[in-house]
Design a protein around this ligand. Sequence first.
Ligand SMILES: [Zn+2]
Length: 92
Amino acid sequence: MPLKLNVEITSPMTPDDHELLSGVSVMLLAIANHELAAARFPEAFGDNEPEEPVAPCGLEDDAGSTCVSKRGHVGRHKFRPVSSEAPTTLVN
Ligand SMILES: [Zn+2]
């Protein structure tokens, strides 16, 4: 989120100015902490693209079972019988 702050302070300051400056200071500290935390831990701030659903390998064996591993998986296929009643769960 882009943010632009313009703060102008003139002296002598009134009691209201002191209170306003104190509030702005707290706000700046909160923004700085948020920006620092977002830079260090981007995964915690929802800046990542949502994960797309993983497509299954889908290879069928001679018995009509389908591989339930993720598409592009490494290693052996994990064949499971195709069921129309329960959704297939992907395995690694
Ligand atoms: Zn497979």
